[in-house]
Design a binder for this molecule. Structure first.
Ligand code: KG4
Ligand code: ZN
Length: 398
């Protein structure tokens, strides 16, 4: 069900290593939701030290940041009277002018998910607001339905967390407000026409789905082993590049030759819409073993070549599906969608097939609360808070 009145939704996302919340509004006549305030706190730099995410460490960071992040989001939205000192815990319960709460219920890391879910349930109970469970993967798709006219804070909270176990709320908020504020104004074609194909490419998933309308999702295929982002991350580690591998490989690839190494394009011609990326990682490993000393020149060439192999597979298979299902739009989403080369190749090749191509603003490709709120406007199915549970295995209904 779609919301057919002006509404304001608080979206909460804690499925992995980002603690994020956003207040998003939508007019029924608008095709896009609009961000009123948005905070993304990432514990990524903590995981960079260990070369990957340790689930328990990620969950602990979520616990630390969830209340300060939501508090700051509420404050920035101006939905509270300016006189309010403590936005969540005033002596008389203040119910903010939001209409509903949307929260990621899965898939993701159980410990991380539970932090967002239990917080959302508590707020729904105290504020007496409806709560909408959102599938994280569907959330990624709906980052494409956000018109973002404002800047938002995206900060690494590692520096603060290193200093003390018990972070004072005031200290953290100060840290957040001193974070990097970015202004984006991306001219967008707002007409996302159905039927559409959505390709979700993240660290945990590579899925291709067909949507005939909002709420109607048909899963066409997905990865049989590693996700595209996972392949970037594992290969990045092989090349000695900083975690996460995706952005590191993209940066290195800018100076490399994509034709220097001829890596396989797994399943590019298969008669289905499945993907496989683990063989690519093995091929890179084999190649690396033949090289005595990895020079910077070789690393940039390896990066460019492997990035091209992943892009070729993603673009070719998605366009094959676009032809088969005669879609009008292709929507890219998930962390890997932040890759410029991937966006460019999709843009060029989609236009050759007369299909409109969309990708979220880069800041909205990785995990964030705004996409969760956006998904809730177009799939408005509140549940009693007592029935809400985190489900790390949640997937698409096929
Ligand atoms: O969607 P996301 O933030 O988290 C998951 O739900 O997994 O995606 C994170 C993934 C990581 O694997 C990361 O390496 C990849 O997205 N990624 C990129 C880029 N930025 C992030 N991959 C390729 N190029 C990028 N620029
Ligand atoms: Zn994600």
């Amino acid at each position: 069900m779609q919301v057919n009145e002006y509404m304001v939704i608080l979206g909460i996302e804690t499925s992995c290593d980002e603690t994020s919340s956003a207040i998003v509004s939508k007019n029924p006549e608008d095709t896009n939701a609009k961000i009123l305030s948005h905070i993304v706190a990432s514990s990524l730099s903590l995981h960079a030290e260990t070369g990957g995410i340790i689930p328990e460490a990620a969950a602990r960071e979520q616990v630390k940041f969830i209340i300060p992040v939501i508090t700051k989001t509420l404050k920035d939205s101006n939905l509270y009277p300016p006189s309010s000192k403590n936005y969540l815990l005033s002596s008389t319960i203040y119910r903010p002018n939001i209409d509903a709460i949307a929260v990621t219920v899965g898939p993701g890391l159980i410990g991380s998910l539970m932090v967002g879910v239990e917080t959302a349930k508590t707020l729904a109970y105290v504020w007496n607001k409806p709560i909408i469970p959102v599938n994280h993967l569907i959330g990624h798709i709906y980052a494409n339905f956000i018109k973002n006219e404002m800047s938002f804070a995206s900060v690494s909270l590692r520096a603060k967390s290193q200093r003390s176990e018990a972070i004072s709320t005031v200290g953290l908020l100060r840290h957040v407000s001193y974070g990097t504020w970015l202004r984006h104004s991306v001219p967008r074609n707002n007409n996302i026409d159905f039927p559409l194909l959505a390709l979700i490419v993240s660290g945990g998933h590579t899925d291709l789905v067909l949507m005939k309308k909002h709420g109607s999702i048909k899963w066409l295929g997905g990865t049989r082993d590693d996700a595209a982002g996972e392949a970037f991350d594992k290969i990045g580690r092989l090349l000695g590049l900083p975690y996460p591998g995706g952005p590191s490989i993209e940066k290195a690839a800018k100076n490399g030759n994509p034709k220097a190494f001829n890596f396989p394009r797994p399943m590019i011609d298969s008669n289905d819409f499945d993907f496989s990326f683990s063989g690519l990682k093995t091929a890179v490993l084999r190649q690396v073993k033949t090289i005595e000393q990895l020079s910077n020149e070789t690393i940039v060439d390896l990066s460019a070549s492997v990035q091209q192999a992943i892009i070729d597979v993603l673009v070719t298979k998605t366009l094959k599906a676009a032809q088969k299902y005669k879609v009008k739009s292709i929507l890219l989403s998930g962390g890997v969608a932040a890759n410029d080369k991937l966006r460019d190749e999709f843009r060029v090749q989609s236009s050759e097939f007369k299909v409109n191509f969309f990708a979220p603003e880069k800041k909205l490709c990785t995990d964030n609360g705004a996409m969760i709120a956006s998904a809730a406007f177009f799939n408005y199915k509140p549940v009693p808070w007592q029935k809400l549970t985190a489900n790390p295995e949640l997937y698409f209904d096929t």
